[in-house]
Write a new protein. Structure first.
Length: 158
């Protein structure tokens, strides 16, 4: 990012959110284990707790990857590591969509169903957003990969 005026506050905000989320995840481990042990008989509560923890972990990983992408833009943003990072972010968002689907199966659907074929076959608005953003990350990854290939071809051309 050449525009440091926009990059610096966004990077600072992502850093603060990553720190707060990391602290919240550490606290949730210490508070979550007794909660799960107390509610072993209630499958819905355990599923919800694990679902939120998985969601927190995936968002924490996504934020770290975004920070790495932002820091790599000092020299050139079109590097193969960023292709892998965007792909991994896409996979993490896909996992979040599946996580939401499983949680909705166990606890019942809350929210708007966009697609409802049968009682257990549905897509909610949140799942659709996760899948669309995951696809966008895969497209960005492929675009970066193509840009790297073009850049390498141009470097070989005199």
């Amino acid at each position: 990012m050449k525009n440091n005026l926009a990059k610096r506050p966004l990077t600072t905000l992502i850093t603060i959110i990553t720190f707060v989320l990391g602290v919240a995840l550490i606290i949730s481990v210490f508070a979550g284990i007794p909660y799960i042990l107390e509610n072993l008989s209630n499958f819905n509560n355990i599923t919800s707790a694990l679902s939120f923890f998985i969601l927190g972990i995936t968002f924490f990983i996504i934020l770290i990857l975004l920070l790495e992408i932002a820091s790599s833009s000092k020299n050139s943003i079109f590097i193969s590591e960023n292709v892998k990072r965007f792909r991994f972010i896409g996979y993490m968002l896909f996992v979040n969509g599946i996580n939401e689907y499983i949680t909705m199966l166990v606890n019942g659907v809350s929210g708007i169903r966009i697609f409802d074929l049968a009682p257990e076959i549905f897509i909610t608005l949140g799942m659709a957003v996760y899948f669309i953003v995951a696809l966008i990350c895969f497209v960005i990854s492929d675009s970066f990969d193509e840009a790297i290939r073009i850049k390498e071809d141009n470097n070989l051309t005199i």
